[in-house]
Ligand binder design. Structure first.
Ligand code: ATP
Ligand code: NMN
Length: 175
């Protein structure tokens, strides 16, 4: 039991992410939630700002009493300078013993830097996927609401997020 880092883009924060955090906290004392691609927003694959994503996570964890075991940090990308990304992680996160991620590029970069990496079991991956949720939002299909915590849905509504995703897909000619 120590401190872990869990990295993701959380576009948006969904129930698969929430179950992953519960699972990590069944093995670790504390989890640092690293909001990856923190500098990116208003893109079809990354519609929400780092601040909006932080609110989705904070409000969900506060209402489920996990907030006291978590810390949210922003991790900006180093775009094509992949070897510098681990340096960003060390700059923006407090020290940790292990990183949880299923992203293969992240795993490779972290392991090459001598960091211990563990995978996360997927929870109902066919349902809980950021890509699928953004597609449903772009189609204005309310099914996305059953795939995210109520607190995420509330933040998305407060920023007219469904309309934003639809517009971003339209601009990119994805719908
Ligand atoms: N349903 C899930 N169960 C467990 N872990 C998940 C689930 N969905 C995503 N994760 C993991 O959470 C981390 C962050 O994921 P990310 O923010 O990319 O979500 P995603 O659903 O994979 O989104 P996208 O489809 O936009 O890539 C990754 O390691 C990812 O594998
Ligand atoms: N060079 C880089 O900036 C670099 C390399 C590997 C992963 N990452 C980031 O790590 C995060 C991985 O999270 P996902 O599991 O959501 O893909 C993403 O934000 C991704 O951009 C960044």
């Amino acid at each position: 039991m120590g401190r872990a880092l869990f990295i993701g883009r959380f576009q948006p924060f969904h129930l698969g992410h929430y179950k992953a955090i519960e699972w990590i906290l069944s093995r670790e004392e504390d989890v640092v939630i690293g909001i990856g691609s923190a500098q990116v927003s208003y893109e079809p694959r990354n519609p929400f700002t780092a601040g909006e994503r932080a609110l989705m996570i904070r409000d969900t964890l506060r209402d489920t009493n996990l907030l006291g075991h978590t810390l949210i940090v922003m991790i900006p990308d180093t775009i094509s300078e992949h070897t510098k990304w681990v340096c960003n992680i060390r700059t923006f996160s407090p020290k940790f013993e292990v990183v949880y991620t299923n992203d293969e590029l992240s795993r490779m970069l972290l392991e090459e830097a001598g960091i211990h990496v563990e995978p996360i079991p997927f929870f109902e991956r066919e349902r809980y996927s950021g890509t699928r949720i953004r597609q449903l939002m772009a189609q204005q299909n309310p099914e996305w609401r059953s795939l995210v915590p109520a607190q995420t849905a509330r933040i998305v509504d407060s920023i007219k997020g469904e309309e934003r995703v639809r517009m971003l897909y339209k601009i990119a000619q994805l719908i």
